[in-house]
Design a protein around this ligand. Structure first.
Ligand SMILES: Nc1ncnc2c1ncn2[C@@H]1O[C@H](COP(=O)(O)OP(=O)(O)O)[C@@H](O)[C@H]1O
Ligand SMILES: [Mg+2]
Length: 346
């Protein structure tokens, strides 16, 4: 009753009329008739004035606010109104709805601030990463111009170093492009059926020289004599394997082992790439998939790393509706694992 303007006006008018009748009865000792007339008149006047005030000044304004809130919510929450608050008192409901709305907005603002911070940090990282190889190549070339070019052995060494810096720059720009295209959703996965065993052997062959330079051995966990058919984007999965195996060689021990294992169940094939290197401390473990995150920046860059490899791996696995996980025991080694759909089910 208290939630409608009529109910509130009725109660208030009743109260006021009773008081005035009581007052007249006590003070002036009026007749019953006068009391009755005064009661009715006071009741009617009070009822009308309270009702008008409530209906036109307060409740109408509140319903306008409701309409506005509904419009806002229809845009933002996509929730039907009744589901949210059932309280009968309109002011309480309004209060609850406005706080819910404000909380939601605050969350959005926090999210935007986080993104803004992320964007700024990313820009700073990109500029820094670009500057490093450009600066190095510039230095070598200027030294050559300034006379080092006359000494044949110095010249060759500097040219080689300048070229290596520019190769690093090229790799970085390639990775940045891949990453930005993936984030923009421009790269569609080209699904097909292929043999993982075969693809891994190809990647082993490509990385053989690099492995040899560290006396590392690239091996399968066991001899997979049958084809391991999966349904995925062959080229992208090749990229994933290349980065994981390349990391295992780069960050593993000299003379270490890099092992690839496949385990099939009814629906999936799980691929594990493991090394017996120094491993990754837990505090770094959860961050290595972030863009540009490297445990030892200088060491990684010397090894030709861009710090974007694992971020790309993560994106590729997400695009396959799968994910890549990592586990590591410091001092013992690291393993990365991801699952792909078996080809039979497609
Ligand atoms: N197998 C591994 N063992 C130890 N550390 C690793 C391994 N793989 C990756 N890391 C760490 O994770 C970081 C990020 O890897 P990644 O994104 O591929 O960048 P990059 O190879 O360019 O350094 C590396 O810099 C390295 O510190
Ligand atoms: Mg890498």
């Amino acid at each position: 009753m208290l939630s409608s303007p009529k109910g509130v006006s009725f109660l208030l008018a009743l109260l006021i009329a009773s008081f005035s009748a009581l007052f007249l009865y006590l003070i002036a000792g009026s007749t019953r008739q006068t009391l009755g007339v005064s009661f009715v008149l006071t009741f009617v006047t009070a009822f009308i004035s309270v009702y008008v005030t409530l209906e036109f000044l307060i409740f109408r304004e509140i319903s306008r606010i409701y309409v506005l809130l509904d419009k806002l919510r229809a845009k933002d929450f996509k929730l039907p109104r009744k589901k949210v608050f059932k309280s009968a008192n309109p002011l309480q409901r309004l209060n609850a709805e406005i706080s819910a709305y404000a909380t939601k907005k605050q969350q959005e603002i926090d999210e935007l601030k986080k993104l803004e911070h992320y964007r700024r940090e990313f820009l700073a990282n990109v500029s820094h990463e670009l500057k490093t190889p450009i600066f190095a190549a510039q230095g070598f070339i200027h030294t050559l111009i300034d006379g080092a070019v006359d000494d044949k052995s110095v010249r060759d060494k500097f040219l080689e170093k300048a070229a290596r810096s520019l190769d690093g720059l090229d790799a970085l720009v390639q990775d940045l492009l891949t990453l930005s295209q993936m984030e923009a959703g421009d790269i569609k996965m080209q699904y097909g059926k292929f043999d993982l065993n075969d693809l891994t052997q190809e990647v082993f062959d490509q990385l053989e020289e690099r492995a040899n330079s560290r006396r590392a051995r690239l091996k399968f966990e066991k001899n997979y004599d049958k084809a391991i058919m999966v349904y995925a984007d062959r080229q992208r999965i090749g990229q994933v394997l290349t980065n994981l195996i390349d990391n295992a060689i780069k960050y593993g021990n000299d003379g270490g082992k890099v092992i690839v294992e496949f385990e099939s169940d009814k629906e999936h094939v799980a691929v594990t790439v493991k090394d017996d290197g120094p491993g990754i401390e837990p505090e770094h473990l959860k961050r290595i998939f972030e863009r540009f995150y490297r445990i030892e920046k200088s060491r990684s860059r010397d090894k030709g790393g861009t710090g974007l490899g694992l971020a790309i791996v993560k994106h590729i696995m997400e695009a396959h509706k799968s994910k890549v996980s990592v586990s590591s025991k410091p001092g013992k080694g690291t393993q990365f694992r991801f699952k792909l759909d078996r080809a039979e089910n497609h």
